[in-house]
Design a protein around this ligand. Structure first.
Ligand code: TUI
Length: 311
């Protein structure tokens, strides 16, 4: 299945693995790229040296293209943006902001940039600045989210820009992927489905919670401070909601979430940790290799869409 994105990035399948903080390291990104999708290493809140090491280790897994996500709220975003150039990464995605100050540096180095956008306005601005494509991410996603759903955001972004659009948020199987293509997308990005991949390094307790999650089990915290984050409901989110309702300050709330993603991913602390996951977690029932995930989704998508290209 050829699409504008498979041709642009020289990848076999139009599937991106989301650049999830603490989760998207070399084993996961390497496995996704090796299987023909686009594996993405998360810059997250990590310093440049750590990201460089992850890139180098992923390259030991595969020669195929691997991307890096620059999380724009990170104190290390400047240095990670630079590492991408030094390591000759072909494609960078960005999240949680606008990457404007890095664009000329990336363009000079021939690094394609593909920002996550949560609105039509930002998508148009990114096209004007020379983005190769945009990722339209709906609020079904896990982690930091905007306010539009995928089904309303994707077609509006598709109509507003002349660059390819990658759909993200709420997609975890062939039906979701086929639907995204019907909305005009040229690829999909998935996070939650890859959380429980065999190659994902997250703690087994976290994987179990995702596998056991029902449709209604995610909750958004941080809405009152303009930093909404979607995750599985647990002791931490219940305490957070209580404090938020009582009008707690940003500092108090942040204290609760500080280091909480590490607690979940590394320590498997499912009570105090942040179990970021999308609303589609209820559909994710099986642990599989990245290769099997990608092949199953491509096969199911082709059954629905036929053997068509989207160029
Ligand atoms: O970035 C994400 N998801 C994330 S980042 C993250 S780590 C984190 N750490 C500390 C605080 C908050 C998060 C966990 N999950 N997804 C991409 C994404 N970007 N979703 C929404 C946006 C977005 C929202 C508004 C991008 C741009 C934007 O507006 C920027 C502007 O200037 O208009």
């Amino acid at each position: 299945m050829k699409t504008q994105i498979t041709e642009l990035l020289n990848i076999e399948y139009p599937i991106f693995q989301g650049g999830m903080a603490w989760v998207a390291e070399h084993s996961l990104a390497g496995a996704v790229s090796k299987a023909g999708g686009l594996g993405i290493i998360a810059g997250a809140n990590a310093p440049a040296d750590v990201v460089r090491k992850e890139i180098q280790m992923a390259r030991e897994i595969t020669d195929k293209p691997i991307g890096v996500n620059v999380m724009l709220l990170s104190p290390y975003a400047d240095e990670v943006a630079q590492v991408v150039v030094e390591e000759k990464i072909p494609v960078v995605t960005t999240g949680a902001g606008s990457p404007e100050k890095y664009i000329s540096m990336w363009q000079e180095a021939d690094v394609k940039f593909i920002p996550v956008v949560a609105s039509v306005a930002l998508a148009k601005r990114m096209e004007r600045y020379g983005a190769s494509a945009v990722i339209a991410e709906g609020c079904e996603s896990g982690g930091h989210i905007g306010s539009h759903t995928t089904i309303s955001l994707v077609p509006q972004v598709v109509d507003a820009v002349n660059i390819p659009v990658i759909a993200a948020g709420g997609i975890a199987d062939g039906r979701g992927m086929a639907a995204a293509f019907m909305l005009g997308a040229s690829a999909v990005q998935m996070g939650t489905r890859f959380l429980v991949a065999d190659e994902s390094i997250i703690h087994d307790n976290y994987k179990d919670r995702v596998i056991r999650a029902k449709d209604i089990d995610t909750e958004v915290t941080g809405m009152s401070h303009g930093h909404p984050v979607r995750q599985l409901r647990n002791k931490m989110t219940r305490e957070y909601a209580k404090l938020e309702k009582e009008g707690a300050s940003f500092e108090e709330l942040e204290h609760l979430t500080l280091g909480a993603l590490r607690k979940a991913v590394i320590e498997g602390n499912v009570d105090d940790g942040t179990l970021m996951a999308g609303q589609i977690a209820g559909l994710v029932k099986e642990r599989m290799s990245c290769k099997d995930i990608i092949e199953e989704i491509m096969s199911d998508t082709k059954k629905l869409l036929g053997d068509k290209d989207f160029l």
